[in-house]
Design a protein. Sequence first.
Length: 209
Amino acid sequence: MSRWTSPLTLLLLAGLASCHQTEARPSSSASASTTPPPVSQAAYVDSVVSRAEALRSFRADLRERPAALDGDYTSREALVRRFVHAVEQDDTLGLVALVITRAEFAYLYYPSNPASRPPYDLAPGLMWFQLQESNRKSVLALLRERGGAPLGYVGHDCSRSQHQGVNTIWSECELLRRAPGGETRRERLFGTIIEREGRYKFVGLGNEL
């Protein structure tokens, strides 16, 4: 495994290993099986630190300053089709590669996000922590419930969009899939998508599974 493997990937792999262990050896209580694995670090908000200083600190250890989203997904449809392929292949790393990186979050997403400004003033470290936790749990649920099997993809629809600076954020997205009986079902299998200067990636993979 590469030394630069992302924290989200490591957490997902740890979570998947935990799931396999749980399946092989039933827990002694219901609460034991539903307790999420511990996270690698705590998150907190220091109200004394300014937004600018908090963002500078968050960026301090980043090795890159991206000017654009990584990847070659130049349409929402292309991104969603790659998502479908990764799910059908039970490909954890493939899903992680579709989500914005910490550097993309720090330089391209956070600065224009309304939650980073008054009256919310959510610190970048806390917002990133919450996003990572949500994505980790969502991917584990997604692969547990849908991984490794054909989805019967027909199309998708995102009913809401919001402009944030040069970004367009697509949300309330549903995947249209053909069920074995032939009927078309709508499911929320992923969360928000960022569109920036003709490129697309996922911000969140939150789902209803």
